[in-house]
Design a protein around this ligand. Sequence first.
Ligand code: AMP
Ligand code: ZN
Ligand code: FE
Ligand code: FE
Length: 273
Amino acid sequence: MQKKADLHVHTSFSDGTFSPAEVVEYAEKIGLSAIAITDHDSVEGIGPTLEAAKDSNLEIIPGIEFTTEIEDREVHILGFFIDYKQKWLIKELKNLCRLREKRMRRMLDCLLKFGISLELDEVRVIAGKGSLGRLHLATLLYQKGYVASIQEAFYKFIGNGKPCYVRGDRISPLKAISMIDRLGGVSVLAHPYTLGMDELIPRFVKGGLKGIEVYHSDHTGAAASHYKKIADDFGLLTTGGSDCHGMGKGKILMGSVTVPYEVVDRLKEAAGK
Ligand code: AMP
Ligand code: ZN
Ligand code: FE
Ligand code: FE
């Protein structure tokens, strides 16, 4: 059987609902050979996932998904095979974590205008050890009965462009790309279809971007073909993953989007591993 990898998985150290042990257990159950841990602006889930997988055949790729912003637009940059223990990285991420908390307060303030009063600590309970994000807030809104579904929380309040969407202070995609490079990793533009701004890609490539996430649970077949062609035109690597958030998006996505294991080999080669 062909070996398969899911190169985009979140844990409870960002906004996934699965703990590292649960992530490993599920990945093994569905027969994956490798997964990349790509929490939002956090590397804290990597160690525990490696530990949980140490007696198994499942390969864990240390990764991250940086939330970045350029010209008022949100861009997610994945980093694979990063040296996640670097002290300067931990310091940078601590700061990003603080900024996420500040942003969460602003979203909560905004919800007051809609007669919704929630405390930061209530979001913290949902988030547990995770870096605070919109999926936590959406989950709380749902649990408290303010919305009929997590989707509705995004559609009504906190989706991009909706009344309580707050951008927060973010690093630029080019900074994320150079940080990943400094960490010895491979930078990849995440789910570009959701960004819809192809004209930015040449700038990212000039800045050192190494790949595009062509296959993703939010990408249609047509979108995947479109980005495969762009990747080929620029000589970029292509990756793919489900963007599994445990049960966080209503169903378990892990394994719904995979790539052949050869992609992992190519990433290793690019990272010099
Ligand atoms: P944040 O990093 O706080 O901006 O949150 C981004 C995360 O929110 C994404 O990775 C998804 O998990 C989630 N998200 C964003 N938009 C939606 C949406 N329309 N429906 C469900 N989840 C979403
Ligand atoms: Zn997420
Ligand atoms: Fe993303
Ligand atoms: Fe993601």
